[in-house]
Structures are given as structure tokens and as C-alpha cells.
Design a protein around this ligand. Sequence first.
Ligand code: GRF
Length: 188
Amino acid sequence: MKKLAVFASGNGSNFQAIFDSIKLGEIQAEISVVICDKTNAGVIERAKSVNIPVVCFVPKEYTTKADFEKEVLTVLQNHKIDYVILAGYMRLIGETLLGAYENRIVNIHPSLLPAFPGKDAVGQAFQAGVKVTGVTVHFVDAGMDTGPIIAQKAIEIEAGDTIEAIADKIHKVEHMLYPKVIKKLVSK
Ligand code: GRF
């Protein structure tokens, strides 16, 4: 059974979708730990309510990114983590974690990369007036949403769609696509 660490900074709906998919027996893996960098993130309650340990860090308490990531790495090693799943984790991964988990860190991003990387991808797409956007799952490298693409799915932006409506469509797609990709990843 492969062991996953989910990294999240926010609501954690993608964490939930992955957890639910595992519970249904669709993914042969377990979420061993959630790593969080925001003490008030919704994901913390979600994980606790299904008995998954959460380790919360306050990155600004560390002098360097390497110092911070060394501590995170210790947690991952203690749990014998095979894959790191970024799910709304709002922080670039540095060389300490990238080196330890080469090709074993994946991210989900709410646009069709390389379009609209970085923060507020849904807002960026809305502002640009594109008629098609979507979701990308990719391996993580040192850049901002730049690693090799694993899977993408498009959604249409229809006349009158608000940012909230687009975000809703995006989340629905994410909750199907991410479990599907993780299922394949862990079966290799
Ligand atoms: C998702 O839209 C994901 O693509 C992005 O951050 C959001 C996280 O949502 N990286 P949630 O916390 O999983 O609900």
C-alpha cells in the first residue's frame, strides 16, 4: 500500500475527494499525513474528522526554506511517505523536498497550464475573457506551476458565468481528475 502525504493550505475539498476515493477502494493507497502551513485552514478539521494526522507548520518561524523543508522531510520520512500530493498548497517547493522526492510530487492547478500559472488562476482566466479553461495535474519542479503535465481537462466558460460559477465547475472537475491521476500514479 503506497503512502501519501497531502499538502494543503486551505479548504481541503481536494483532500476530501482523494480521501473519499480511497475509502471507496478506487485508489490503492492511504493518506498517512496532512501537512498544512496555515493554522486556520479548513483542511485541518476535515482531516481530523477522518482520523488522519495533521502536522501544521508556521513557515515564517524558520530562517530559511531549507530549514523549514528539513523538518517537513523528517515528518515525511517518519511516515515512510511514497508520494507528495499538493492540493491547494500555496507555497513553492524547494530543493530539499524536490531532491528527496524526485518525480514523486504532484500538484493540481485550476487552469490549462501553461496558461494562467500562479495565484488566482480562475480570476486570471475570467479577466482574460477566455471561453475555455480547465484543470491541470502536473509533476512539481522548482518553478511556479511549470513541471511536466500529467493530465488536463477543459471546461467551458459560458456567457454570464461569474468567477464563482467558473470556480465551481473547476472544483467539480478537480474532484474527479485528481483521484483518477493518483490512482494511476500509485499503481506504477
Ligand atoms: C484548487 O482549485 C487547486 O487547483 C488549487 O487550489 C485549490 C484548492 O482547493 N491549487 P481545495 O482547498 O482543495 O478546496
